[in-house]
Design a protein around this ligand. Structure first.
Ligand code: AMP
Ligand code: ZN
Length: 471
């Protein structure tokens, strides 16, 4: 197995990835808050999760992955009350829209998508553990985590808590606190008609940070090998997750490696709902843009670099996909019935080198930009091979499988040969088949027969020579 390195936000260093069980790598990713359509900045963060998943699988790991659905928070409460719907009625169409977007972008389905509202019991458990250990205080019926009691507070974000000024707001939760740096664990209801739960902690609802700590516990009964999220979640959200989980379960490792994906920008500014500078996937499809190109663009730069969005860049992504697909179509033209075999054993020395370079680039902290350089180098070689007549069918098969190997990450190519042949092309293929038979090149003559038959073309030998017709 190839050695994998990830940049761990906790240590600020690239580290060798060594999960306890390579056949069962556990990953938790912060998911969407379902009160509106996701914008494509959010989708960049979610496609990063897809990249991580596909890369781990390609590199030989088994994965067990979770993304939570935040279906209770201040905005959801505000908007559900305004629309006179229950929280569940309000959030379920947005949850469905989120899954549709992931499908449109060809993201693989993860093993678990827990909802915050299904994990209340685990949240209550964690708060009780924290209470026992003295991390919790109460104010106006709400419960808060006292960060000065947690020695390691700040270890992820490297924030110096002692320098934080009183009166500065570090958290979006709108509650009064004993110390501005503290965060809410359990919120007493404030609004008329607000959804709340009757629990042993009292009536209320969870703070946002608590949701993730609880869902990790609910799914894995302990910590995870990898935790991901967008960089804006590093502080305070992930810092607070650490405080809660490690505070409650000090004997366990909460997270092995923290991965944070960078933002999608528009004109140099973070794409965000509040700035209004955002596009949803539906906006872009409505403008006639191809979701595959959106996927390719969002995946194509390194996850730790900012990516500037523009429709021109989607155009570039489209033309790069076309380059790949055209080359693949030409390869498939001569082998139209070939179905790529995931177990294919590569033999060709150059193809093996490209495959290895591609794997090594991904194993180096998911360096997609480097992996793409290899992809385009091999496309250039495949094009030269095609220009030279592409007569070596085993070489062609190697290239097709190499493309299919790349596509396990990118998910943008079509391996169904679908070109409709025109009459003159059919006639020239029939002539080529006659020549091949004369030269006893039966492999090629069979290939042409399959190609024609896949197009629904029947060939008949008559006393006046070969005739053909469409079925
Ligand atoms: P939310 O639904 O607002 O909780 O955000 C979901 C995910 O999208 C989080 O991981 C955020 O860090 C991420 N995110 C938000 N804005 C952007 C952006 N402009 N670019 C990349 N990721 C983003
Ligand atoms: Zn989270």
């Amino acid at each position: 197995m190839i050695e994998v390195h990830f940049h761990n936000s906790l240590t600020g260093k690239k580290e060798k990835f060594s999960p306890a069980d390579p056949k069962h790598v556990t990953v938790y990713s912060c998911g969407p808050t379902v009160y509106n359509y996701a914008h494509i900045g959010n989708l960049r963060a979610f496609l990063f999760v897809d990249l991580l998943r596909r890369s781990l699988k390609l590199l030989g790991y088994g994965v067990d992955m979770t993304m939570n659905i935040t279906d209770i928070d201040d905005k959801i409460i505000r908007d559900s009350i305004a629309s006179k719907k229950s929280v569940q009625e309000f959030t379920s169409p947005w949850t469905a829209a989120f899954f549709e977007d992931l499908k449109t972008l060809s993201a693989e389905t993860l093993e678990h998508y827990p909802r915050a509202t299904d994990s209340i019991e685990e949240m209550v458990d964690i708060v009780h553990k924290l209470k026992e250990k003295g991390f919790v205080y109460e104010k106006d019926d709400s419960l808060y985590f006292s960060i000065q009691k947690f020695r390691d507070y700040g270890k992820l974000s490297k924030i110096d808590v002692s320098g934080m000024q009183t009166g500065t707001r570090y958290d979006t939760d709108e509650y009064e606190k004993e110390d501005v740096r503290d965060f809410v664990l359990w919120k007493a209801p404030k609004l008329e008609g607000e959804t709340s739960w009757e629990t042993s902690l009292g009536t209320g609802r969870p703070g946002w940070h608590l949701e993730c700590s609880a869902m990790i516990r609910k799914v894995y009964k302990a910590g995870v090998d990898i935790h991901t999220g967008g960089v804006d979640l590093l502080f305070p959200h992930h810092e607070n997750e650490i405080a809660q989980s490690e505070g409650a379960f000090p004997e366990e490792t909460f997270v092995g490696i923290w991965l944070h994906s960078e933002h999608l920008l528009v004109d140099g500014q973070k794409m965000s709902k509040s700035k209004g500078n955002f596009y949803t996937l539906r906006d872009l499809i409505g403008q006639g843009l191809d979701p595959k190109a959106v996927r390719f663009l969002l995946l194509s730069s390194h996850y730790r670099t900012k990516l500037n969005f523009s429709t021109d860049r989607i155009g570039e992504a489209s033309s790069n996909i076309r380059k790949l697909q055209n080359c693949l179509d030409r390869l498939l033209e001569a082998s139209p019935t070939l179905k790529p075999d995931p177990e294919f054993l590569f033999q060709d020395a150059s193809v093996l080198t490209w495959k290895k370079e591609f794997e090594e680039a991904l194993a180096d902290d998911l360096n997609v930009a480097k992996a793409l350089a290899t992809v385009f180098e091999s496309v250039k070689a495949a094009n030269s091979f095609l220009e030279a007549g592409a007569s070596d069918s085993s070489q062609r098969t190697e290239f097709i499988h190499l493309f299919s190997f790349y596509d396990r990450i990118f998910g943008i190519l079509n391996f169904e040969y679908s070109k409709n042949l025109i009459d003159s092309e059919i006639e020239s293929l029939i002539a080529e088949r006659q020549d091949a038979r004369k030269n006893r090149n039966f492999a090629r003559s069979d290939e042409i027969r399959d190609l024609l038959s896949a197009q629904g073309i029947l060939i008949e030998d008559t006393k006046d020579g070969i005739r053909w017709r469409r079925k």
